[in-house]
Design a binder for this molecule. Structure first.
Ligand code: UDP
Ligand code: MG
Length: 136
């Protein structure tokens, strides 16, 4: 399908640690996403700092990068029509307390930092983030 779009999703350490990765993958599949590629990896803090560079001036930047590199994560290329926006909707608000019923963060998120999933916020950033994890 020519209007298929790709986005980057990450199942974050808090969710992988609780063995929720298969359950969360099933939610993506049930909601019409194809998991085009995936890998389970642990990244260095220096790599997390590159990934989250857009947040480097934020007070939570260092803790965020320590957290993302604290344990295994599952990085995935998800695809469907409107993948970027539809994934953001399925994830729910950044703070699980504010996330709508039926969203991944509402169901699994522990706190604003341990919110179980990452998703690209624009088509442009999706390309950059996909390259970051899957370039080679
Ligand atoms: N974050 C945090 N404290 C905050 C805001 C954000 O720890 O006050 C973390 C949270 O894990 C979030 C990530 O930083 O998912 C990136 O923040 P962003 O605003 O881009 O949220 P997202 O796009 O993940 O919803
Ligand atoms: Mg973001």
């Amino acid at each position: 399908m020519s209007n298929t779009e790709q986005t980057l999703s990450i199942i974050k350490p808090d969710a992988v640690e609780r063995n929720l990765d298969n359950e969360i993958k099933q939610i993506f599949i049930k909601n019409g996403f194809n998991i085009f590629k995936e890998k389970k990896i642990q990244i260095e803090k220096s790599e997390a700092e590159k990934f989250y560079k857009v947040h480097e001036t934020k007070p939570f930047y260092s803790d965020l990068c320590s957290y993302l590199s604290s344990g295994p994560i599952v990085a995935m290329i998800l695809e469907k029509k409107n993948a970027v926006a539809d994934n953001r909707k399925l994830m729910g608000a950044t703070n699980p307390k504010d996330a709508e019923e039926g969203t991944i963060r509402k169901k699994y998120g522990i706190s604003i930092d341990k919110n179980s999933v990452h998703g690209s916020d624009s088509v442009e950033n999706a390309k950059i983030e996909i390259d970051f994890f899957f370039k080679d």
